[in-house]
Design a protein around this ligand. Structure first.
Ligand code: 6PG
Length: 259
């Protein structure tokens, strides 16, 4: 493995369902650990369709493991420019598969206002909410205990898309870029905020992601132009949870990673 991968821990499971169960177990463990150490846990949820299985697994475990959900604060690493009750909203997905089933106080759930009429002001406001809620532990940038990310087949993560200006941002923590490939605006965490996290978990399944996974985590990974390849928490864990379909083009050593 090249040097950058020493920061990364791979988990490859036979099926999407097994991968979701593994991700759920890792996710729960980090919430329990954060609350034990700091009395609360700051998480950022991912959007798209892949996390639905993970959210369902987390919700399904609520009866049989002691995750202190009442001490968890939920933000979102990106959001679409739709109302929060829209089927395409990442908040809507998380609400219907996880948040409706776990006892997180409503005031501790922070949907992203990505459908605001003034997206610049809305992004600044969301950044302020993060700065006021998420401790930075002496640093400049608030440190999430856990940031969950998916990866698009084009290598995007959160709403940091190839060629987008948001990927190069070094100061602001939340932006609302126009995404030409979508013809829409998004709201998204930037790399400084993602890479300040104590733990980043990438959860990627299905064969349509095999090529981008191999590009990002293969021998040429450091040369990858994929925005997701630039996720590398400087002082945190980077867990990559894959099913075998998404991992199928990785080197055998990685394909047989811990499961
Ligand atoms: C979004 C996501 C995005 C997602 C990838 C993968 O709002 O779409 O946050 O970054 O993680 O597009 O999406 P799938 O899980 O649907 O493949």
């Amino acid at each position: 493995m090249d040097a950058s991968q020493h920061h990364r821990e791979f988990f490859v499971l036979p099926t999407p369902q097994c991968a979701a169960q593994k991700a759920s177990s890792l996710f729960s463990t980090r919430i329990i650990q954060a609350v034990a150490e700091r009395r609360k846990c700051m998480i950022a949820l991912a959007g798209g369709s892949t996390p639905r299985m993970l959210y369902t697994a987390l919700a399904g475990a609520v009866g049989d493991c002691d995750v202190p959900w009442d001490s968890v604060h939920v933000f979102f690493s990106d959001e679409r420019d739709v109302p929060h009750d829209h089927v395409d909203s990442n908040y809507h997905t998380a609400q219907r598969t996880l948040l409706d089933f776990v006892p997180i106080p409503p005031q501790q759930v922070h949907p992203m206002p990505a459908d605001s009429a003034d997206l610049t002001a809305a992004a600044e406001s969301y950044e302020q909410a993060i700065r006021q809620t998420v401790p930075s532990n002496g640093g400049e940038i608030p440190r999430f205990d856990l940031v969950l990310l998916g990866v698009g087949a084009d290598g995007h993560t959160a709403s940091l898309f190839p060629g987008g200006e948001a990927i190069e941002e070094t100061e602001r923590l939340v932006l609302s870029p126009y995404v030409p490939s979508l013809g829409r605006h998004r709201m998204t965490f930037t790399l400084p905020l993602i890479n300040a996290a104590r733990c980043v978990m990438m959860f990627v399944t299905e064969s349509d992601k095999a090529s981008v996974v191999a590009e990002m985590f293969g021998p040429q990974g450091q040369a990858s132009s994929a925005p997701a390849a630039r996720v590398c928490p400087s002082a945190g864990e980077h867990m990559v949870v894959l099913d075998s379909a998404a991992a199928q083009k990785l080197a055998p050593a990685l394909r047989s990673s811990a499961s």
